[in-house]
Design a protein around this ligand. Structure first.
Ligand SMILES: *Cc1c(COP(=O)(O)O)cnc(C)c1O
Length: 350
């Protein structure tokens, strides 16, 4: 059956990375003071790095093109050869970064099953390799993810983070946070960004997810770690020049687009509420932030049909493996669009 294209604007809920800069953000980018960042002469890059570091209680920051790069630089910097990294089995750093832990850090990975992506201190403790045994790699790093993408935007409780950090500190292990959506976690839980620097040795923060900047991620950590990562970034070919135009978008996003994440969270909850009673929905990971992940009863409606019928109405979602689908709310999803989506959902199995 040929489906007629929808004349209405596309509602793109595949990811919070699809947002486009607003005229105000573009104006801020155009007005940025810039210089050659490889010469350390870009004032706007410097402002982004230092202000975000201060905001998280860290010494220094490093502006990079992507969250994959900030995560992988940190992992590489924390690991000596023949290391092992502990992370959750569906962590972005393991699942969706092209096997970079193996390639860049040449480290092995100990995967733990999390509760919606969350690990506990006792799980981490159980995965540390005994020292002094010739058979084992050396455990050096624990990576956490907050919010957790595959876990459906789940957030860590502060107590759990503190316990894990107390353990890694005691053991002399490094602790890295993949905070691609850390601002979603902060807004949802009321935790304070400046406290995070006390727990983690490095934090990767994305500006191009819910915050709506077109490009960019910042790695935060101690000055010495960041100095090392800056060299590694150059090794990756990531030394860039007048990056201040992009940093300005990040600064604008941090200034204007953090508090409004609460709107995305409210809309995600509304969306989950509308999905719950539908006969073709088998299971929902109750949204804690802006990700709505749910499983279809494919005897009633297959993922392929669900996505095609949405697409026919100008609505986009992501297949998320098996019978799972993901909707992501973000700053380009308006109240009007949500209404249109909620109206469309009940008729899709027909
Ligand atoms: C998006 C994302 C990243 C980084 O992705 P890039 O596309 O490389 O910027 C890292 N971790 C998580 C949890 C993410 O969702």
């Amino acid at each position: 059956m040929a489906l007629a294209p929808s004349p209405l604007p596309i509602i793109d809920l595949r990811s919070d990375t699809v947002t486009r800069p607003t005229p105000a953000m573009l104006a801020a980018m155009q007005a940025a003071a810039v210089g050659d960042d490889v010469y350390d002469e870009d004032p706007t890059v410097r402002e982004l790095e230092t202000s975000l570091a201060a905001r998280f209680g860290m010494e220094a920051g490093l502006f990079c093109p992507s969250g994959t790069m900030t995560n992988q630089l940190a992992i590489m910097a924390h690991c000596a050869p023949v290391s092992e990294v502990i992370c959750e089995a569906t962590a972005h750093v393991y699942l969706w970064e092209v096997g970079g832990i193996m390639h860049h850090a040449r480290a092995s990975v100990a995967l733990l099953p999390g509760e919606r992506g969350r690990l506990t201190a006792s799980q981490v403790a159980g995965a540390v390799r005994p020292a002094g045994n010739v058979h084992y790699p050396t455990t050096r790093l624990v990576c956490l993810e907050n919010t957790h993408n595959r876990g459906g935007g789940s957030c860590y409780a502060w107590e759990d983070l503190k316990e894990i950090a107390a353990f890694t500190k005691k053991q002399g292990l490094a602790l890295h946070l993949d905070g691609a959506r850390i601002f979603n976690a902060l807004v949802a839980t009321g935790q304070r960004s400046e406290d995070y620097g006390k727990l983690f040795d490095s934090i990767s923060v994305c500006l191009s997810k819910g915050l709506g900047a077109p490009v960019g991620s910042v790695l935060l950590g101690a000055q010495e770690l960041i100095n090392g990562c800056k060299r590694l970034r150059k090794l990756f070919g990531g030394g860039w020049r007048q990056a201040g135009y992009l940093a300005a978008a990040g600064l604008y996003a941090l200034e204007n687009n953090v508090a409004r994440l609460a709107d995305d969270h409210r809309r995600a909850a509304q969306l989950a509420g509308a999905l719950r009673p539908l006969p073709y929905v088998a299971e929902i990971l109750e949204p804690e932030t802006n990700l709505v992940i749910f499983r279809l009863d494919e005897s009633r409606l297959t993922v392929a049909d669900f996505l095609a019928r949405l697409e026919a109405q100008g609505i986009r979602a992501s297949g998320f493996g098996g019978s799972w689908v993901r909707f992501v709310t973000h700053l380009d999803v308006t109240e009007e669009m949500l209404t249109r989506l909620l109206a469309a959902l009940p008729g899709l199995a027909g």
